[in-house]
Write a protein that binds this ligand. Sequence first.
Ligand SMILES: NC(=O)C1=CN([C@@H]2O[C@H](COP(=O)(O)OP(=O)(O)OC[C@H]3O[C@@H](n4cnc5c(N)ncnc54)[C@H](OP(=O)(O)O)[C@@H]3O)[C@@H](O)[C@H]2O)C=CC1
Ligand SMILES: O=C(O)C1=N[C@H](C(=O)O)C[C@H](O)C1
Length: 251
Amino acid sequence: MTSSGTRIGIIGSAGRMGQAIAAAIAEAGETLAGGIDKDGDVAALAAQSDVLVDFSSPGALEGNLDAAVAAGVPVVIGTTGLEERHHFLIDHAAESIPVLQTGNTSLGVTLLAHLVREASARLGEDWDIEIVETHHRMKVDAPSGTALLLGEAAAGGRGIDLAAHSERGRDGITGRRGTGTIGFAALRGGSVAGDHSVLFLGDGERVALSHLAENRKIFAKGAVRACQWLVGKPVGRYSMPEVLGLEVPGL
Ligand SMILES: NC(=O)C1=CN([C@@H]2O[C@H](COP(=O)(O)OP(=O)(O)OC[C@H]3O[C@@H](n4cnc5c(N)ncnc54)[C@H](OP(=O)(O)O)[C@@H]3O)[C@@H](O)[C@H]2O)C=CC1
Ligand SMILES: O=C(O)C1=N[C@H](C(=O)O)C[C@H](O)C1
């Protein structure tokens, strides 16, 4: 029997997300081109795929991008824990192939980012912004990719640079909170798929915008949707708001 549909190759296929994405590919009627994990042959996977989806590890990113560029295959990157140098590599690859990178592929978080940007634009600097996230005990990076993308949305709404206005890892005598900064707090434990709250803390009142992920299916479904959307797109760097038709500039 011949298979049909977009051929999607999974990098990190045996992982929690890799398995969820394989199920979502079948549910969407697309084709699983294959999957690799550590020490897998990414060039061979790229050669048999219409699009690659990478939910693995930051250390794998450079080799994965090189293979995607060599094969001329678009790639969706969901891996988190990325540093500035990884974003440079993504920008460079996006000069040759379509690349979509996001810390969260769910519809709900993409909408939340839109709402956070709006709230941040409307509430002045006297409203402190804190981002709180909770994840399962196996998660290896903090703050989560989602917390950082929500931070970018909040910073974008205020027209400030996130890196220059972040407060992370408070411990000991920290001094008072910096005016106009965005704070991050990470909780880890149990099997939590991913909870995020953006708190706007004013004098005498608070606004909380939250997203609670009940399972990984929402991320997997979004990742497959991103793969479908990316195939055939012009060379360039993309993110989830474009896939879902939501405007969140700078994400
Ligand atoms: N953007 C989003 O919406 C979401 C992003 N994520 C992110 O996705 C990533 C994976 O999460 P999760 O599935 O929970 O993690 P897991 O640890 O369950 O899975 C990671 C997988 O990647 C594999 N891997 C590690 N190194 C390499 C490599 N060099 N090349 C190929 N494969 C490799 C691992 O294989 P091995 O066991 O052999 O090391 C493992 O199978 C994380 O960064 C996480 O934060 C998670 C959920 C949603
Ligand atoms: O590692 C996870 O599990 C998740 N990672 C992503 C992140 O870092 O934000 C997305 C989701 O929250 C689950």
